[in-house]
Design a protein. Structure first.
Length: 355
């Protein structure tokens, strides 16, 4: 897999915020905001797959859509291939669209039922290129071959296909303009288990062949462990941990990551009976009114007084491993039982373990 020491960041995110306004009353006054993504920073390196995990409602999909400017972001900086797109107007953004594409969660809802497969896959070519009709059809056939769809299906409609085939159509459409970066927003969540592995294997094969970079959003931790080079964990709009896949799964640092991974079933019955589950108490707070201090302080089994007062910084506590937790602050190292944690920004990560 990817060696980040030899790669440069393709996607650079700094201080990203995505708030949705709340309007109430007869006059629809702005009375608050849903803080779906609340000040997160990270990089995605060329050719890597960054897995983004967390429970429903934590801001994963919103983050992915904000990165490719399907939303106008509230604050922060987003650079793709060195170009700032965070606050670029839509007219200027249009020529940059071919570099970044998205595979959506529900393949049925994301495909136009009035268009044939050839028209769906060829639509980006109509919008962004000057290909002739014959050239477009040749490119459509090439893309159908790449994702394992029979060319004879080109004139069929999306409702005539299975879920797995519809997702392949969506992937072919995303590849039409030769993008560098693809956001995969839970691309297997709506598929049967027997089809999920086929789609993930296809994504890996295309990445190796075309040099693609993925943000792979999923709640399926076992699939993320299979496909990702590094893994980022979100909770209530915040990024709480980021690191190489194997160290993060082997020794999670943040209490939320520990609880999340403890919920993954163990296929070995003897290990399943002996492992310790971490059961979190209470409910996830509202993103419209997050708690003061650490976002996880209301449910954390290791909460300290400082957690309810001050928000923890996103720190590099080992090469390539970042965590936002007061347990790893130098001022709290006696409580945490650790030393040497230092303040660092995500761009200091230049190397680390990769499978």
């Amino acid at each position: 897999m990817l060696d980040a020491a030899r790669s440069k960041p393709l996607v650079e995110v700094r201080g990203l915020k995505m708030y949705f306004p709340i309007h109430t009353g007869l006059l629809r006054r702005h009375t608050g905001d849903v803080k779906a993504v609340n000040d997160i920073s990270f990089d995605i390196y060329e050719g890597e797959t960054l897995g983004l995990v967390g429970e429903s409602g934590c801001g994963k999909s919103t983050c992915g859509r904000a990165l490719i400017r399907l939303y106008d972001i509230t604050a922060g900086s987003v650079k793709i291939d060195g170009v700032e797109i965070g606050h670029t107007d839509q007219a200027t953004l249009r020529p940059l669209r071919p570099k970044m594409q998205m595979v959506f969660q529900d393949p049925q809802a994301s495909l136009n039922p009035r268009l044939t497969v050839a028209e769906i896959i060829g639509e980006p070519l109509v919008e962004h290129t000057r290909m002739t009709k014959a050239e477009r059809l040749a490119r459509v056939y090439e893309l159908m071959d790449a994702v394992g769809l029979n060319r004879r299906f080109a004139n069929r409609y999306s409702h005539e296909f299975s879920g797995g085939q519809r997702q392949r159509i969506g992937i072919a459409r995303a590849l039409a303009l030769n993008p560098k970066f693809i956001v995969c927003d839970e691309p297997i969540a709506a598929l049967d288990v027997s089809i999920q592995a086929q789609v993930v294997n296809l994504l890996e094969e295309l990445q190796d062949r075309l040099g693609l970079t993925y943000l792979f959003i999923s709640h399926d931790l076992s699939m993320v462990r299979h496909i990702a080079d590094r893994v980022a964990v979100m909770y209530l709009g915040k990024m709480v941990e980021l690191g190489p896949r194997d160290p993060l799964f082997g020794e999670p640092l943040h209490p939320y990551t520990q609880a999340l991974l403890s919920a993954v079933p163990e296929p070995d019955p003897s290990l399943e009976n002996t492992r310790q589950r971490i059961i979190l108490k209470g409910d996830v707070p509202s993103p419209a009114n997050p708690p003061k201090g650490c976002a996880f302080c209301t449910r954390c089994p290791k909460v300290m007084d400082v957690c309810r007062q001050a928000e923890p910084g996103f720190r590099e506590v080992a090469p390539g491993r970042f965590v936002a937790c007061h347990l790893y602050d130098t001022t709290n190292q006696k409580t945490a039982g650790r030393t040497g944690a230092s303040e660092a920004s995500p761009q200091t990560y230049q190397h680390g373990e990769h499978a």
